[in-house]
Design a protein around this ligand. Structure first.
Ligand code: G3P
Ligand code: CA
Length: 240
């Protein structure tokens, strides 16, 4: 079972910042999950919400700021004042860093609340620029975004994120030529795991917090767990 750090090591560090990604790598995580949105000037940026209010010291919509404006806000604010200043990373900045790591990355395209035209192409262009194609899984709750990505570049893996569940998850992913199913732990049943395994689809399950749930996922044979605590995940994954 692989361990993916959800928004980086977000249990301890400010989510979706380079600090959280670097600290996740230090725990021995196999991969990092992050979220991307698009700025006013069409830059792919790493941030979970469509607005910057919850995680930074600013206010307003990501889509209404240029990247030059956006990077002046402090994304460490989500954890109070203990981590100084951490800017919102551009996805390109992340790729430059990831190129020299052995980690894989799950890039979640946030296209369900706001649909950002061409975010799929822009994200793929950066992945190709840094030669990361074989270490990326693209995912989205807007499953059409992933179908578009797969049509645009079949060398990059895709995953369908679902809020609850799809009963015939394996058939759903396979018939759309997508390799992974990303279910919410709360609604995951063993029959979904069976459906995926029968159809050659890997499961990347989120959000994992408790070690007993991590152990259950390991027993069920999932591909990876997506957790805010990659240190816990690493320890469970390495247990005999
Ligand atoms: O990709 C799994 C998980 O990150 C999806 O939910 O809201 O944390 O982006 P959210
Ligand atoms: Ca996410």
């Amino acid at each position: 079972m692989k361990v993916m750090a959800h928004r980086g090591y977000s249990g301890k560090y400010p989510e979706n910042t380079m600090l959280a990604f670097e600290e996740a790598a230090k725990t021995g995580a196999d991969g990092i999950e992050l979220d991307v949105q698009l700025t006013k000037d069409g830059q792919v940026v790493v941030i979970h919400d469509e607005r910057i209010d919850r995680t930074t010291d600013g206010s307003g919509w990501v889509k209404d700021y240029t990247y030059e404006e956006l990077k002046k806000f402090n994304a460490a604010r989500v954890k109070g004042d203990q981590f100084g200043f951490q800017p919102i990373p551009s996805f390109e900045e992340y790729c430059v860093w990831a190129k020299n790591q052995s980690l894989f990355t799950n890039v979640e395209l946030k296209t369900s609340i706001i649909y950002y035209p061409e975010i799929e192409e822009k994200t793929i262009a950066l992945i190709r620029k840094y030669g990361l194609e074989d270490r990326i899984i693209l995912s989205s709750f807007n499953n059409a975004s992933i179908v578009l990505c797969r049509q645009s570049d079949e060398t990059i893996a895709g995953g369908f994120l679902v809020e609850k569940y799809v009963d015939n998850a394996g058939v759903y992913a396979r018939t759309c030529y997508v390799q992974y199913y990303h279910p919410n732990l709360e609604y995951l049943k063993e029959e979904h795991v069976r459906s995926c395994s029968q159809n050659g689809i890997g499961l990347n399950v989120w959000p994992l917090i408790e070690e007993e749930d991590m152990r259950r996922m390991k027993k069920w044979g999932v591909n990876s767990i997506i957790t805010n605590y990659p240190d816990r995940g690493r320890a469970v994954a390495d247990e005999d």
